[in-house]
Design a protein around this ligand. Structure first.
Ligand code: SAH
Ligand code: SF4
Length: 338
């Protein structure tokens, strides 16, 4: 897909034309400009010549068909991954990427290991949703109900484009997905958290914490040297004060690294007096450097937190068999080169 010249083509048109075009692409899910019958023939021809609606993607489906991954090749040949998870009860979540690779370099994350190439444009972010919106439409019965920015990349290092994409995802004339069904996850980019507090959005915020102390967090997330735990927690406290919205702290369970009793006690200290906070324990999807904590350890860790009054959830595991789970996205065909 290539919508880079869309604005230019429509620049002399009345503003409602752009709305019609966006509606045709992201609501009607047209695959060919010929289907955009609300537009004049002249505009359709121009769009057809310069704005391809074809998505170049390779699809991988899990054996149970509940998870699908798309490896999308962008116009410059770079590849990104996006994942669809079909839950029971008609909930369908798409996990989207915000960058090609990621500059944050967390040691447990496959995307972090591949390095950083570039930010995605607004339309490249949306292309991922569009792929699965069309996929579900062809299958017939379901629609995308939830969107999470938990694919490749750090959304708050591509803030403006992520925000513009969120507005189109939420727009009733486009994807029409409720803001409360959209979640953004950040490794703790303070400027992003501060800006996010000022937006008039009901979008969910998740923070990847993964350790209760700066010493440990800096070992597994080098960015912690720049944005430490104290600063993150205080930016999130401000966000909660301003928005009255709950925040989810994510905690990936790494065997013998951050799954000890001392770590659980450290988390209790950090969160005991903080309302509107949830802790989400994530089962680690192995990517080489670490091992996942055992079920028993996770259970005991969770019990200790709950006994001390914290609100704890555990993330559902999805997509490991097709390398489509959190932190596993790395366009592993190896064709992404700088
Ligand atoms: N860059 C953002 C969003 C993308 S990562 C962030 O880090 O928050 C989405 C989530 O997957 C984060 O919580 C991240 O820490 C987690 N994650 C990364 N690698 C993982 C792995 N191998 N197993 C499980 N979760 C992982
Ligand atoms: Fe980047 Fe998030 Fe992976 Fe860290 S966990 S390297 S921030 S994508």
């Amino acid at each position: 897909m290539d919508l880079a010249e869309l604005e230019d083509i429509l620049k002399d048109e009345k503003s409602f034309r752009k709305k019609q075009v966006m509606h045709a692409i992201f609501h009607e899910l047209i695959g060919d400009w010929g289907e955009a019958t609300a537009l004049s023939k002249d505009i359709r021809e121009k769009l057809k010549a310069k704005c391809s609606l074809d998505i170049n993607a390779e699809l991988f489906e899990s054996a149970d068909k509940n998870t699908a991954k798309a490896l999308i090749t962008l116009k410059d040949g770079k590849k990104i991954e996006t994942v669809l998870m079909l839950h029971t009860g008609n909930r369908s979540t798409v996990c989207i990427s915000s960058q090609v690779g990621c500059p944050v370099g967390c040691l447990f994350c496959a995307t972090g290991k591949m390095g950083f190439y570039r930010n995605l444009t607004v339309y490249e972010i949306l292309e991922q949703l569009l792929f699965f919106a069309r996929y579900l439409k062809n299958k017939g019965d379901r629609k995308i109900t939830n969107v999470v920015f938990m694919g490749m990349g750090e959304p708050f290092l591509n803030y403006d484009n992520a925000l513009s994409a969120i507005k189109i995802i939420n727009d009733g004339q486009c994807f029409n997905i409720g803001s409360r069904k959209i979640s953004v996850s950040t490794s703790g980019i303070i400027e992003g958290i501060k800006r996010f507090s000022e937006e008039d959005l009901q979008v969910n915020l998740s923070i990847s914490l993964h350790a209760p102390s700066n010493a440990l967090r800096s070992q597994i997330m080098p960015i912690n040297k720049q944005y430490g735990i104290g600063e993150i927690l205080s930016a999130v406290d401000d966000y909660i004060n301003k928005t009255s919205r709950k925040v989810m702290y994510e905690y990936v369970m790494l065997k013998d690294i951050n799954d000890t009793v001392e770590c659980a006690e450290g988390l209790v200290k950090l969160f005991k007096k903080r309302p509107l906070v949830m802790l989400n324990l994530i089962i680690y999807n192995p990517t080489g450097n670490f091992e996942p904590s055992s079920r028993e350890t996770v259970k005991q860790f969770k019990e200790l937190l709950e006994k001390n009054g914290l609100f704890v959830t555990q993330r559902y595991e999805f997509g490991q068999a097709i390398n489509a789970a959190c932190g596993q996205l790395a366009s592993r065909d190896g064709k992404n080169s700088a």
